[in-house]
Every structure is written in C-alpha cells, then in structure tokens.
Ligand binder design. Sequence first.
Ligand code: NAD
Ligand code: MG
Length: 400
Amino acid sequence: MQNLCVLGATGSIGLNTLDVVRRHPQKYNVVSLSAHSRVDTMFDLCVEFSPETVVMVDEYSAEQLKLKLIADDYHQIEVLAGAQALIKLASSSKVDSVMAAIVGASGLLPTLAAIKADKRVLLANKESLVTSGQIFIDALAASKAELLPIDSEHNAIFQSLPLDMQTRVGHGKIADYGISKILLTGSGGPFRETPLADFANITPEQACAHPNWDMGRKISVDSATMMNKGLELIEAKWLFNLDVDDIQVVLHPQSTIHSMVQYVDGSVIAQMGNPDMRTPIAHALAYPQRIDSGVEPFDFFNCKNFEFCAADFKRYPNLKLAIDACRQGQAACTALNAANEISVAAFLNEEIKFTEISVVNEVVMKHFSHFNVTTIDEVVDLDSQARALAHDTIKTLDVT
Ligand code: NAD
Ligand code: MG
C-alpha cells in the first residue's frame, strides 16, 4: 500500500490522479489533500477518500470546509489553513509519495520540502524546476527522494530513456547513453493556423479551448502562447541534464506522440497514446510496474495523419523568450515565470490583450536577467520583485 499526499487535489492533475487512485483502492491510500479555495470539490473528495488531513490555503475556505465536515459528521478529518501547512503535509512521515500538482510558483516550497523529506515526488508542478532548477536537482542528489515526471512530454522522454538513465534523473549524461537529441513535441495550441493579424483579438475563452488536452486555465493559455513548451524546455534541461541545444521543439498537432529520444545510431524512440494525463500519472504512481489508468487504448486504424513541423517564433514569441531565458540562466527563468503568471492572469481577467502577454514577459525578463540567484530565499525574493514589475508594466499598457 502506497501512502499518498495530493497537493493541488482539486485541479485538473489532482482530480485525474484521484481518478487513477480510485481504480486501485488496494494499492493507494490517500493520507492528505490540499487545495486553494474550492471547498465543495474538497468536501466531496474528503467524503470519498477519507484523508487524515487536508489543507485549504485560503483561511476562510478552511473554516467553511471545517463547518461543512462537522455538519456532516466527518469529525475525524483534520483541516489546516495557510501555505505553511502545505510543507507539513508534504514532509509528513505518514506519506510515501507526493503528487506535486499545485499550479505556479506556489508549488515551489512544498515540492522542495517533499524532496528534502525523501519522498517519491510525482512532479507536475513544472514551475519548481523553472524557478529554481539547480537548487532542486542539488536537493534531490542530497536526499533519498525519487523524482518522477508527470508532465506528459517529460514522462514520455523518461519512458524512452535507457533504464539506467531513468535512475539518474537530473544527473545522467545523454552522451554516455548514446543519445543525440531530445525531441520535445507540442501541438501548437488552438491558434496554430490563426492569421497573426487576429491575435490581438483572441479572448480568454478561445485561448482556454485547447484542441487536444483538457487542462487548467493558466496552462491552457500557456499552451496557446507556447510559453508552456518554453517552460517545458527549461524543465527538460534540469530533469535530463541537458544543454539548450540538446533539445528540439517539434510541432505535432495531433498530440499522439508525447515526445521522443533520438539516439546516435539513428533510432528514435517515442512514447505515444491518447492525450490523457491519466497515462503519465498511472505510470509514475506504479513505476516501475504498470497499472490500468482508465485511458482508452490508442486506435491506429481510426487516427488522423501524424504531422510534424517547426515552431515559428513570430507566432510564438513566448517560446523564444523561454529559450533565451534558458540560455541566460536562473534569474531570467525565475523572472520570466513570475511575469508570465501575472500577465496570463491579467489576460484571463481581460485587463491586457493576448499579444501583450509576451510584451510584459519580455520587459520583466530583460530587467532581471543579469541578477544572480543561488539560494531559495533569493529565488523567492526575485520572484516577488518580478511580479511587482509585471504589475507595473501592465499599468503602463493601454487598457483594452
Ligand atoms: P489547476 O489550475 O487545474 O489546479 C491547480 C491546483 O492548485 C488546484 O487544486 C488549486 O486549488 C491549487 N492552487 C492554486 N493556487 C494555489 C496556491 N496559491 N497555493 C496552493 N495551492 C494552489 O492546474 P493544473 O492544470 O492541474 O496544473 C497543475 C500543475 O501541473 C501546473 O504546474 C501545470 O503546469 C502542471 N501540468 C498540468 C497539466 C494538465 O494537463 N493540466 C499537464 C502537465 C503539467
Ligand atoms: Mg506538458
């Protein structure tokens, strides 16, 4: 029996994780859950999975949940409030595995706590590696923790690596394993063929309607701008110990191949399947075994053509920014991620245009790219300075 903590339980990855878990009650025991403020969803999860402890980061939501649980006679579930409680949850001795599925840089400290506490960490929160890659990889090396990628591309790359390299996340050298390139695939999002002249009028609803994947709103916008692929490139750099030039972004609109590893002998090993996050989640939960995820088997006789092409930076300026940040170093990556969280939220609130997301991101990234960040305190400090500059930059743009 694996004892599980799900951080970000009410989100898209959290709910998909619990859907896999509910198919295997004899294998997984849900010890703890966290969410920001979705009380009703968390209440339903408490009723179904009977965790020992839950955290609502928002204090008012924690109070509401407590009242609801007591009214329905669930006195035994402990409800904690605040971001600090996430660290307690992630490092509890009652937990074997932590699903890190909080969105954004708020996932950073609890995920790091899970690594330091020697947990098996199922990493969906790519922002952890983007904002503080070296710190994470060093903490991993100094611990007995295990890191398994949930992001579908990184999970696909992981599955396509030699077994020995799978045990050396963050440290194995691709050249030692005869690998020549990592091919990071992306669909290109909903605006792959939209005329560039129409980009300024894209609405949040259009940006959140991804053609293949059903995801949270922030990552859906990131997929539309391809900032998501940029963040994934930085994530891949750290997970697989790569240089930027070892990674090639390949547009593959059908999202059937989830990424590939190219070897020096000309072999290309790809992982494919239906676009459903329950596959990488089930893979990481059961690793090195395999369990049923509930995903339909892929039907080769009923699939569309497989297409591949290069990404155009005029269409996806955020992808270019992320590649530049990855070359420039940690401060640029931390600043870009923070700016992007603010600019995407402003776009979703209809405060800025779709095309202004990259404008804000570029200003903030350039401002901080020569800073030096080596400790987690410096990361947290730069993250908040970058958010402040992003807010100021948004104020200087014309209101749409
Ligand atoms: P989501 O918005 O659907 O859910 C986010 C979860 O985090 C929710 O449970 C929410 O309550 C919680 N949360 C939000 N703000 C918080 C805060 N300040 N403090 C603590 N908790 C907070 O997001 P998602 O799509 O599930 O994505 C989660 C993570 O997984 C992201 O890092 C994303 O990049 C990554 N990811 C998601 C997908 C996907 O298919 N959704 C795929 C690959 C990677
Ligand atoms: Mg992904």
